[in-house]
Design a protein around this ligand. Structure first.
Ligand SMILES: [Fe+2]
Length: 163
């Protein structure tokens, strides 16, 4: 199998997550619980391997350019996990009040900020050596093959726990 391009795939993940977050926000606000759940499920599935790749491979590599700032990226993930949990909890109910729908939409929009910030890392990733990019590609592929969704990963695989 050809090696994936970690820069292209990274951005592609962000595009997909961005679109699903926007769907989620719209559906949660519009009271379409089914559509909101579908969008959240897609985000959970995509973001699990993505976060895992970031924390296990990309972020440590980024220390070359960003030094200790990388630690704040991991803290940002803690916040994103908490926010995703809030949305999942709201949407797991049999019905959702307009107020709760607004809260879930707010959570989705808060996560958009992470997507936007994270995509900026690509401008630095372009400066990695080919050897490093090949290693990143293999790690990205591995995280996808392991295929653990975000909330499950945060609970069971990620060493750092979010209260
Ligand atoms: Fe990302």
């Amino acid at each position: 199998m050809a090696r994936l391009d970690p820069i292209v795939e990274f951005r592609e993940d962000h595009r997909k997550v961005r679109d699903h977050l926007m769907e989620l926000a719209g559906a949660a606000e519009g009271g379409d619980l089914e559509a909101a759940r579908t969008a959240l499920g897609a985000i959970d599935a995509l973001a699990g391997p993505h976060f895992r790749y970031e924390e296990e491979s990309l972020y440590p590599s980024m220390k070359e350019f960003l030094g200790e700032y990388v630690d704040s990226l991991i803290e940002e993930h803690d916040g994103a996990i908490k926010t995703a949990r809030v949305a999942a909890k709201i949407l797991s109910q049999s019905s959702v009040t307009p107020e709760e729908g607004k809260m879930a939409a707010g959570a989705a929009r808060a996560l958009l900020i992470h997507v936007s910030n994270c995509d900026g890392l690509n401008i630095l990733a372009e400066k990695f050596s080919q050897e490093k990019l090949d290693g990143l590609a293999d790690d990205f592929q591995k995280a996808r093959d392991q295929n653990v969704a975000l909330l499950n990963w945060a609970e069971s695989v990620r060493a750092r726990k979010v209260a």
